[in-house]
Design a protein around this ligand. Structure first.
Ligand SMILES: *Cc1c(COP(=O)(O)O)cnc(C)c1O
Length: 366
């Protein structure tokens, strides 16, 4: 279709009810929570994939599951909420009046559509105030990247079996878990000097933590109750516009990926929403799979790289992570088809507000 000499492969993670790679980590985290003798877990969800995955995992392991869902997603995706409730989870739109931090955020930003950072603060507050509960996170942290390394291992085993070596490995990056997991065995080879690969992280232009953020210690949540992490960040107070790739609306980025990017082992680029949906539609028409908007960021970059090969005549092999399906994102597809989708890009002044909230201490943000 692209008439390119490049070969494109993708690792698909959407064949489960959660519709994404998130189940890889949800099952592991629910298992350890059960082993620890906990009654239940709390969490946040943006687009709803993590909440759905954790609800499924908790129902298998008979754990209670309380989900704080970013308000704009809760409203845009009522069916996601019902899938979670089918698996027995309770779902609250965030910010809510149920928690101290939710009430505080609502007082400061009335009418806010919420963010992952706010929802994390609420879920953490409930876990720390409820006996037998712990908070679990579906991205960003190293244990989540570890669980997701199954994506990269399966992809590498399959490609090795057919004697195929990717030149370029591409993934969408929200908190960094699918990309971190996909690249892990390949990055290991690169760091040990055994093989060379190009790695590309793709993020939305509306929430550009790697491409326009700063590398500093920052809070992982808006309520500033979580520990600080050194990462590329837009500031924990940054509330992204209600863009349709809910799973990519996080102000920070996995510390591991941030360090790899900082040290020059990985590239990053940002793409605009309508271009992402053009790529999604092109992919759906050729491959049949209806991709998630998040995953379509990787599709867009893979197409762009393949088209570059068309110009240069290079027969590159491209591998990208197809993290999930977009059946719950049809309102976004509708906006795209009706030509009313917008491309919001924050101005430097918008970003400055977030940067101003990053903690100042010697060696940080100087
Ligand atoms: C959550 C999600 C993402 C982004 O999260 P990462 O931790 O960056 O992988 C991407 N795609 C889908 C389908 C998701 O559900």
């Amino acid at each position: 279709k692209l008439k390119t000499p490049a070969k494109i492969y993708y690792k698909f993670e959407g064949n489960n009810t959660s519709g994404s790679h998130k189940l890889n980590s949800a099952i592991a985290q629910a298992y350890y929570a059960k082993e620890q003798g906990l009654k239940g877990v709390t969490t946040e969800t943006g687009a709803g994939q993590w909440g759905t995955a954790l609800s499924m995992a908790c129902s298998y392991l008979e754990l209670d599951c309380k989900v704080y869902m970013v308000k704009c997603s809760y409203e845009q995706k009522p069916f996601r909420r019902e899938v979670m409730r089918t698996y027995g989870a309770s779902v609250t739109p965030s910010p809510s009046e149920e928690t101290e931090v939710g009430r505080k955020i609502l007082a400061e930003h009335p009418g806010t559509t919420g963010s992952l950072g706010c929802a994390i603060s609420e879920a953490v507050e409930v876990a720390t105030h409820t006996d037998g509960y712990r908070y679990v996170l579906g991205s960003v942290l190293n244990q989540v990247l570890l669980h997701q390394s199954v994506i990269g291992m399966e992809a590498k085993i399959a490609m090795d079996k057919y004697g195929i070596k990717p030149d370029i490995i591409i993934g969408c990056a929200g908190g960094g878990s699918n990309l971190g997991g996909l690249i892990s065995p390949f990055m290991g080879e690169k760091l040990r000097g055994e093989a060379d690969y190009r790695f590309i992280a793709v993020e939305p232009a509306s929430c550009p933590s790697l491409t326009r953020g700063v590398f500093a210690y920052d809070f992982c949540d808006t309520g500033m109750v979580c520990p600080l992490a050194k990462m590329y960040t837009l500031g924990s107070g940054f509330i992204p516009s209600a863009n349709h790739a809910g799973g990519l609306r996080y102000h920070g980025m996995s510390s591991t990926l941030s360090q790899l990017y900082h040290d020059g082992y990985m590239e990053a680029r940002s793409v605009e929403q309508t271009a992402v949906f053009e790529a999604a539609e092109q992919f759906a028409r050729v491959e049949g799979i209806l991709p998630a908007p998040e995953s379509s960021h990787a599709i867009k970059a893979a197409i762009d790289e393949a088209l570059k090969c068309k110009e240069t005549g290079e027969e590159k092999t491209i591998l990208f992570g197809l993290t999930g399906t977009g059946y719950f994102d049809m309102m976004a597809y509708e906006k795209f088809h009706d030509g009313v989708m917008t491309d919001y890009i924050p101005t430097d002044d918008d970003l400055k507000v977030g940067f101003d909230g990053i903690p100042r201490f010697p060696g940080n943000m100087e």
